[in-house]
Design a protein around this ligand. Structure first.
Ligand SMILES: [Zn+2]
Length: 168
C-alpha cells in the first residue's frame, strides 16, 4: 500500500486505542506500537487489490499517481506529526526498514540481494498467500487506485469536518 494509506491506518489505530485507554497509561502506547506495526502487513497483504506495480512504469499515470500520494503523504505527516507520530511511525516502519534502509544500502553497495534475509515484507506475502489470494489482482490495473483514493478522500473529508466542528 501507499504512504498515505499506512499513515491513515496509524492515525486510526492510535486515535482508537487512546480513546479506549488513555495515553497516560503506558500500556496504550505499547498497543499502538504493536497494532500499528501489524497493520502494515495486513494492508500490504491487501495490496494485490490496488494499483501497485512493483517496478516503475514509464507513463504519466504512474508518475501523477505517485506524485499525488507522496504529496498527500507529506501533508498528512505535516498536519498530524505532533499528535500521531507514534502510530504513523510504526505503521510505516516495515517500509522504512526494507525499502529506505536495507534496499538503500544494497543499492549503494551495488549488491541487490544484500540484507534480503532481514526484509520484513515476506510476512505480508505470507498473509496474502494464506488469506487474500482469491482477491482480484489489480496490481497493473489503473482502476486499482480507487480503494486508496477513496480512503484518502474520506480521511480528508473527516479531517475537514472535525476541524470545522472544533471551531464552533
Ligand atoms: Zn510495505
Amino acid at each position: 500500500m501507499q504512504l498515505p494509506t499506512h499513515l491513515i491506518a496509524g492515525i486510526i489505530v492510535q486515535f482508537t486505542i487512546y480513546a479506549i485507554i488513555p495515553p497516560s497509561n503506558w500500556f496504550s502506547a505499547i498497543l499502538v506500537v504493536v497494532i500499528a506495526f501489524s497493520s502494515h502487513f495486513l494492508l500490504d497483504a491487501l495490496a494485490r487489490f490496488t494499483y501497485h506495480p512493483p517496478e516503475r512504469i514509464h507513463d504519466n499515470f504512474w508518475l501523477t499517481w505517485h506524485i499525488f500520494v507522496y504529496l498527500i503523504g507529506f501533508v498528512i505527516i505535516g498536519l498530524c506529526i505532533w499528535e500521531y507520530w507514534l502510530g504513523m511511525l510504526f505503521a510505516n516502519l516495515p517500509d522504512l526498514w526494507d525499502w529506505y534502509t536495507l534496499r538503500n544500502i544494497a543499492s549503494r553497495k551495488s549488491q541487490p540481494d544484500w540484507g534480503k534475509s532481514y526484509y520484513l515484507h515476506p510476512i505480508a506475502d505470507k498473509i496474502r498467500q494464506l488469506v487474500f489470494l482469491r482477491m482480484p489482482d489489480l496490481t497493473y490495473k489503473r482502476v486499482g487506485i480507487l480503494p486508496e483514493l477513496s480512503l484518502i478522500v474520506l480521511w480528508i473529508g473527516i479531517t475537514i469536518v472535525s476541524i470545522i466542528n472544533s471551531l464552533f
